[in-house]
Design a protein around this ligand. Structure first.
Ligand code: WTA
Length: 650
């Protein structure tokens, strides 16, 4: 059993959370497990401003999810922005809601709750003028500017469904998403700024919409003022649009189960899926987990350094924190710009108390001189969070000792786009931690480990992580494809939600996520499907076949390793490699880099023609000598060639 780190005193003292002690955690956990409906009804009444209070908790079950999607609080009605904005105006109107730091450290903006309320109402009333109706879809393709959050909230004010697309995605990926959700409106900006560089957002939108007639308007926020192509029939400046918008606007009444947003995420097969999160349950769960896990206090300055293009940005920059009336930071830049001290410089200038980032950033920073950390005052920090991938104990220890100087508790939060909010994590004032473990499930979450035959593993062991019961934050379906939702998450182990992750449970009952057990890569916390890379690669003229696997990478967590078979008559060259890299950038985006390209004479296949990824994965993990019996393959001889080449490359 590993050594546990006690909760530092200053993290325990002064807690305002409903769960402050291990006894309270156990009590809440039991209540949520035995009577989820009552538990969550009680939570939602406390945390959410309803128009019609719900009397129903959970309706539906995983056993008949194909026929009937899960529903929470389904007889309630609300508008989510009343919880995030209106309810704070009286007591906290002058409190900072969003504190923004731009790419350059001296670019700062802050919006109080009253200002944010006005901006959201102005944007919502202007969007309504353009014709935006309840239930219609809006794509938001922006960088990290407050207007991205304002746009999300403005959609929610009108009951419109937003789909934020991360600003690194390519025109092709953006076009796929616009089409899949049938968006009539796109909100973007002239360009983004990141790490001293420009990100050409509007130009990508133009390219994505070249043959797209369904999009009525593109709204462009002016971030840098760079000249852009402007299509007068379609494009509108954000500042022109909101000028004269109403500073107060009645919220549209929504059903609890009306969709709030669609967020596309990668799986093992096919194109990314548009996961649908609905209103009442998602809001309840994100505000609850944000309060409980981080032990949110009235005077906290909370900083999550994620991007709103991912679920972390939705749940823990925008919705959870604003529902809780917190001061939430938005950060436009990168941890390394202008140098490796940026995070800690920001912490000291804004007196940040809770800081939440990804292990990949910590590994990159831990590789630099400690002075980058030490020269800044970090004494305000109390809770340090990580998310997105397993954190290796070295990075954990660095975060704990060097950044937090042993005064902060670390919350290693495990969750997914599908789960909407944090599921397995320490609770800051309560849980003793172990470096690399996400520790214990939150109330309402019932994790199970299953072996390959679908048997439940009891006590310590390792298996596939499933969750046994629904919780309010869970994604309800895949946009217009409920069958795919059921097939992806509920068919592997009928009756359970299958996460796609492997997990080990130790003698303390602590969970150690071991990573994906499917064909999903996690590169620097970015989730990508091997199938997406492969379909881009086989479109390259010179490439006949390709198989992509992840390999352990010291900074990125996982790197992208490509096995490629050339078309007859072609030879490996820098030119071919360049074409391959371009193809992935164009199909997916700038974050879809290839770390290693390995040309091979063939891919190992079963006699029925299935590529044996397990073998390819083992080789790059350095276990090429431990493949076991490969004689049943259709082409065992290529394995020897690949193994030899790999050794030569390494
Ligand atoms: C991984 C991000 C280990 C996991 C919120 C999951 C983690 C995938 C952790 C979801 C963690 C996330 N420890 N692995 N604390 N948090 N993951 O949808 O493999 O972008 O399935 O959501 O990230 O990635 P997604």
């Amino acid at each position: 059993m590993s050594q546990l780190f006690k909760v530092p005193d200053r993290v325990k003292t002064g807690s305002q959370s409903p769960i402050q002690t291990p006894e309270q955690y156990r009590e809440h956990y039991m209540r949520a497990s035995f009577n989820p409906s009552d538990y969550w009804l009680e939570v939602t009444r406390r945390k959410v401003r309803w128009m019609t209070e719900p009397t129903l908790g959970l309706v539906g079950s995983y056993h008949n999810i194909a026929e009937e999607p899960i529903a929470w609080f389904s007889d309630g009605t609300l508008n989510l922005t009343e919880t995030c904005l209106d309810q704070h105006l009286e007591k906290n109107g002058d409190k900072t809601a969003i504190l923004w730091e731009g790419d350059e450290p001296d670019e700062i903006r802050s919006l109080t709750y009253s200002q944010l309320y006005k901006e959201v109402c102005k944007a919502a009333s202007a969007l309504r003028e353009l014709g935006l109706q309840k239930g219609e879809r809006v794509i938001i393709y922006m960088g990290m500017v407050p207007e991205a959050a304002i746009a999300m909230l403005a959609c929610a004010r009108l009951g419109a469904i937003h789909s934020v697309v991360f600003g690194g995605f390519s025109a092709e990926a953006l076009r796929d998403r616009v089409r899949d959700c049938g968006a009539k409106y796109v909100i973007t900006q002239d360009e983004g700024r990141r790490g001293g560089k420009a990100v050409p957002l509007k130009a990508v939108v133009d390219q994505a919409l070249e043959d797209e007639r369904l999009v009525k308007n593109v709204v462009v926020f002016k971030r840098t003022g760079t000249p852009i192509n402007f299509n007068k029939d379609r494009d509108i400046w954000w500042h022109d649009m909101v000028e004269g918008g109403a500073e107060s606007l009645d919220p549209v009444e929504c059903a609890a189960e009306d969709p709030l947003f669609i967020l596309y995420t990668s799986g093992s097969t096919g194109k990314p899926k548009g996961l649908v999160h609905t209103t009442g349950g998602y809001l309840t769960y994100t505000s609850y987990t944000h309060e409980v896990v981080f032990d949110l206090r009235d005077d906290d300055v909370y900083c999550c350094a994620a991007d709103v293009g991912w679920i972390t940005g939705h749940s823990y920059i925008v919705y959870g924190p604003l529902a809780n009336g917190a001061t939430t930071m938005m950060f436009e830049s990168t941890p390394l710009y202008p140098d490796a001290g940026r995070y800690w410089d920001m912490v000291s200038r804004h007196k940040v108390t809770i800081f939440y980032t990804a292990p990949t950033a910590l590994r990159a920073l831990a590789a630099q001189d400690e002075d980058f950390v030490k020269k800044y005052d970090r004494s305000t920090l109390r809770v340090l969070g990580t998310v997105g991938e397993p954190i290796n104990p070295d990075a954990w220890n660095w975060y704990y000792q060097v950044v937090g100087e042993g005064r902060c508790n670390i919350v290693d939060t495990w969750w997914q786009t599908e789960t909407g909010g944090i599921c397995i994590s320490p609770i800051a004032p309560v849980t003793e931690t172990a470096p690399g473990s996400a520790t214990l499930p939150l109330p309402g979450i019932v994790p199970l480990l299953l072996d390959n035959d679908g048997h439940i593993i009891r006590g310590p062991g390792e298996g596939k992580l499933c969750l046994a019961h629904s919780w309010p934050g869970q994604a309800r379906t895949v946009w217009e494809d409920h069958e795919r939702y059921v097939a992806t998450y509920f068919s592997t182990y009928p009756g359970y939600y299958f996460t796609g992750d492997g997990c080990r449970r130790d003698g303390n009952g602590y969970n150690w996520i071991t990573g994906r057990v499917d064909d999903v890569l996690n590169v620097s916390g970015h989730r990508m499907g091997t199938a997406e890379f492969e379909s881009a690669l086989v479109n390259v003229d010179e490439i006949a076949e390709a198989a992509v696997v992840g390999f352990p990478h010291p900074i990125k967590g996982q790197g992208v390793y490509v096995y490629a078979v050339l078309q007859p008559g072609y030879e490996a060259s820098e030119e071919v490699e360049k074409n391959m890299r371009m193809a992935c950038r164009e199909a997916i985006g700038a974050h879809a880099g290839l770390d290693q390209i390995h040309f091979v004479p063939g891919l190992p296949k079963t006699r029925s023609g299935k590529v044996m990824r397990r073998i390819l994965r083992k080789i790059v993990e350095g276990d090429g000598d431990k493949l076991g019996d490969i004689s049943t393959l259709a082409n065992p001889e290529v394995v020897d060639v690949i193994r030899q080449d790999f050794k030569a490359l390494a």
